[in-house]
Design a protein around this ligand. Structure first.
Ligand code: ASP
Length: 390
């Protein structure tokens, strides 16, 4: 996996952690989990943690991206991803532009490139892009001078989903270990047995999640009929099975995927009834995992097909928590892409400015360091991330 700390790496994240994005300079992007490597994933997970506290405030808003503009450009349906990106951007005080294919000039024949260039000319700092074709976010990163976030490109990747899933698992693993997430780090992922069941073939979530879990040391098993597995699993760091009942007793987590009807999955299963009988996650199947087994789903859930309502309502089903972490994870990603600031080595000398509440030009790593200094100075914490109105 590419290491962002290595200047020779071949990923799309064209900047260092302390990169200051100004017009004309290379921008940082999040196109694939492989852009991050273990170090990048850990960094984003700890930034996301910093925003969990903000999320719990009466006014969950900070001025960190004031003056920045984030545009969401979705050419495919979405509920969670788009709304959580827009919520995340607003909570960081960025301006938000929402672009949807219907009601736009795309219906008059305008190309995607012209659309992006038009929006970029309005002064967009980051585009969050979802598109049915794999590779569109990468292409967009070559067209416009703005950061690009891949919010799902065809069956290829969905990196922020993988990050929010890892953030959710990390919280639960830390709680079980009786530690804070910061203390726990990513230790709980080592050897964690995760079974991903369902339409892996068409799932961008599975591709990104397998990379992230593998980078953190988890062991992944894919369970699906052959028709719903990728043609070749040669480059996938996984084991594969066709038998969910057999895989569950040795699983710590069962991650359920939706059948991607819009990508042709229906033609790949004999019937829905047969799919439910062999791969649907029922309460009886969950019981095979043992009392600590966790259930996850990226949403939208199709109850009665890949997951039963009874399972969706279980405490061990983390779906709502995944959604909540979607906001903080996306805040972390936007912050990481857009917040300019000093390198970590200069944090100490800027701590006094942070203590005065000047968050705009600091990175979350600065925030963590400043929290330590603030605690030493007997501060309350409100000075660091001052809520703003609105
Ligand atoms: N929401 C996820 C995605 O956009 C999963 C799904 O749609 O099944 O890929």
């Amino acid at each position: 996996m590419a290491d962002p700390a290595d200047p020779g790496h071949s990923c799309h994240c064209s900047g260092r952690a302390d990169h200051v994005a100004t017009p004309g300079q290379a921008r940082r992007h999040l196109l694939s989990v492989s852009d991050l490597g273990r170090q990048g994933i850990e960094e984003l997970l700890s930034i996301s943690d910093a925003f969990v506290e903000v999320q719990q405030r009466a006014i969950p808003k900070v001025p960190a991206l004031r003056g920045k503009t984030v545009a969401t450009l979705f050419a495919e349906d979405s509920t969670r991803t788009r709304l959580s990106f827009e919520t995340a951007a607003r909570r960081l005080s960025a301006d938000v532009l929402t672009y949807g294919i219907s009601g736009s000039s795309a219906s008059k024949g305008e190309s995607l490139r012209d659309t992006l260039e038009t929006l970029a000319a309005m002064g967009v700092d980051a585009f969050v892009i979802r598109h049915p074709s794999a590779g569109v976010p990468l292409q967009a990163s070559r067209w416009v001078d703005a950061s690009i976030v891949n919010a799902g490109d065809g069956a290829h990747e969905h990196p922020t989903q993988a990050l929010l899933d890892c953030a959710t698992l990390r919280q639960v693993l830390a709680e079980r270990a009786g530690e804070s997430t910061a203390e726990h780090g990513v230790a709980g992922f080592e050897g964690l047995r995760v079974t991903i069941v369902g339409d892996v073939r068409h799932s961008r979530v599975a591709r990104s999640l397998v990379m992230a879990l593998h980078a953190l040391g988890a062991r992944v098993t894919l369970v699906a009929p052959s028709s719903l597995l990728p043609v070749s699993l040669d480059s996938w760091p996984v084991t594969a099975s066709h038998d969910l009942d057999e895989a569950l007793p040795s699983s710590d987590v069962c991650y359920v995927l939706r059948l991607q009807a819009e990508r042709g999955s229906s033609a790949r299963v004999p019937s829905k009834a047969e799919y439910v009988a062999r791969y649907g996650l029922s309460a009886r199947r969950v019981a095979r995992m043992g009392p600590d087994g966790l259930v996850m789903h990226p949403g939208p859930m199709v109850r009665g097909l890949e997951i039963s309502s009874e399972v969706a309502a279980m405490d061990r089903c983390l779906v709502r928590r995944q959604v909540a972490n979607g906001v903080t994870t996306r805040m972390a990603v936007l912050f990481w892409l857009l917040a300019s600031g000093p390198s970590p080595s200069t944090v100490a000398s800027h701590a006094s400015a942070l203590l005065a509440g000047d968050l705009d030009s600091f990175t979350p790593r600065d925030l963590e360091a400043a929290s330590v200094e603030r605690a030493d100075a007997g501060g309350t914490g409100d000075e660091v991330m001052e809520p703003v109105g609105g």
